[in-house]
Design a protein around this ligand. Structure first.
Ligand SMILES: Cc1cc2nc3c(=O)[nH]c(=O)nc-3n(C[C@H](O)[C@H](O)[C@H](O)COP(=O)(O)OP(=O)(O)OC[C@H]3O[C@@H](n4cnc5c(N)ncnc54)[C@H](O)[C@@H]3O)c2cc1C
Length: 402
């Protein structure tokens, strides 16, 4: 058997273009289909930490990412009257490493990855396209695309996010892989009328958290509203129902909550979902494999989704290039990255009470932790443990052809 050469990737966000880059450098012929008609550039800032920094450095992207780094300097936790309860650095909260990690608007990263790969002769992007049906024949995968064309590829990769339809088509219904963490969230932008700069404000009441995030000196702020919701199903609400539940959950909320609810209703870029993880027992089936959030979304509570996607893409490409049989490559990719992924998912699942305290006792414990970090000027044991987990993977080195 010879090494597979043609790869179809579904999804052009983070994992998809990163994988396309590494596959093209190792001699593969890559097609990327993206359901949206154009690159989806929106979103809150995302973090790159630990070995993901090595991945982007090996891609030559580190200088641009450092230039785009939003450099958040303060997280101020406020009470219902807006008075500060505690001020810490974002790194103290997340276990990030100042000066090493980068945090960039998600759209800056997707744009950089697309620019890096769009003119590569070995990579074809097809926007407004998706997989309608696939048939793994054992020695290849027959594809019928949504626009009616057909194709045959040696390997198919689902890089189509937390609600991956590649995963649904090959591995089964989303509900069996979705681990709901008990809350829903909304993210949207609004004008920065107060001149906030390089900082975040967070206001939590039991079961509901509101935050405002100033990305550098931008004249736009990101707002975040998350609330506990025991009603797990339906997982994906329509916008009207999401707005209704959010408004109910935040009724009577202090700080700037009334203004944020109003801004959310007016917003034209609302992004919302459940706070959930994806746990798939095996990331591949035959010649189809999953990468990024499709395989193992850790939830935004971890801040590790983008790092895991970049690392997974790098390792998957490296293993595909060094195994004649793709199923051996998939097994090696999973063996190398799954323990790291699971350790990061476990941190997030156990850490929700920090960002989204659900009870008065959790809120009090969160505040005590804040006071301690503010006094010491460093992360507490939880933050230190997160830092250890974020960096607990030794990135393999693979030969690159070009
Ligand atoms: C619009 C958007 C906004 C986001 N905002 C944030 C944010 O604010 N903060 C944060 O931490 N994370 C955010 N994320 C998630 C973050 O990008 C991921 O957690 C992480 O970077 C892993 O990336 P991924 O490439 O695996 O998945 P994703 O970034 O989710 O990308 C999946 C891609 O697949 C495409 N797609 C979906 N279905 C199909 C299909 N059937 N066929 C073809 N293409 C398909 C999607 O349009 C998307 O481009 C956002 C994702 C999206 C798509």
């Amino acid at each position: 058997m010879c090494i597979p050469r043609s790869v179809l990737i579904s999804g052009a966000s983070i994992a998809g273009p990163a994988l396309a880059y590494w596959l093209a450098r190792r001699g593969f012929d890559v097609t990327v289909v993206e359901r949206a008609g154009a690159l989806r550039s929106g979103g809150y800032p995302v973090d790159l930490r630990g070995p993901a920094i090595d991945v982007v450095a090996r891609m030559g992207l580190l200088p641009q990412l450092r230039a785009a780094h939003v450099d958040s300097r303060r997280m101020t936790f406020v009470g219902a009257d807006g008075a500060p309860i505690g001020v810490i650095t974002p790194e103290d909260m997340t276990g990030g490493v100042s000066g090493h990690d980068v945090e960039v608007p998600r759209g800056s990263l997707t744009t950089l990855l697309h620019e890096l790969t769009r003119n590569d002769a070995a990579i074809r992007y097809r926007f407004g396209e998706s997989i309608a049906a696939l048939d793994d024949t054992g020695d290849g995968v027959e594809i019928r695309f949504a626009t009616g064309t057909r194709g045959r590829f040696d390997v198919v990769v689902g890089a189509d996010g937390i609600h991956s339809s590649t995963r649904a088509q090959v591995f089964g219904d989303e509900a069996q892989f979705d681990r709901y963490l008990g809350s829903r969230f909304n993210v949207f932008s609004l004008p920065n009328t107060d001149g906030l700069s390089h900082e975040a404000f967070v206001h939590s009441e039991p079961g509901r958290t509101a935050a405002l995030y100033a990305i550098g000196d931008s004249d736009t702020l990101f707002a975040f509203l998350s609330f506990a919701d025991e009603r797990r199903f339906p997982a994906q609400l329509d916008a009207e129902e999401q707005l209704r539940r959010t408004t109910d959950a935040f009724a009577g909320g202090g700080w700037k909550v009334p203004q944020l609810l109003e801004a959310m209703r007016r917003s034209d870029d609302l992004y919302f979902d459940t706070v959930a993880q994806v746990h798939v027992p095996r990331w591949s089936s035959g010649r189809v494999v999953l990468v990024g959030d499709a395989a193992h979304a850790p939830s935004f509570l971890s801040g590790q989704g983008t790092s895991l996607a970049m690392i997974g893409a790098y390792v998957l490409a490296g293993e595909l290039a060094t195994h004649a049989d793709p199923t051996d490559a998939f097994a090696a990719y999973e063996r190398l990255t799954r323990p790291f992924v699971e350790a990061n998912q476990a941190r997030a699942a156990s850490g929700g009470s920090r960002l989204l305290p659900r009870t008065p006792a959790e809120l009090e414990a969160r505040n005590q932790a804040l006071f301690a970090m503010q006094r010491s000027g460093k992360p507490d044991a939880r933050g230190e443990e997160s830092r250890r987990v974020h960096t607990s993977l030794q990135l393999p080195v693979y030969e690159v052809l070009r």
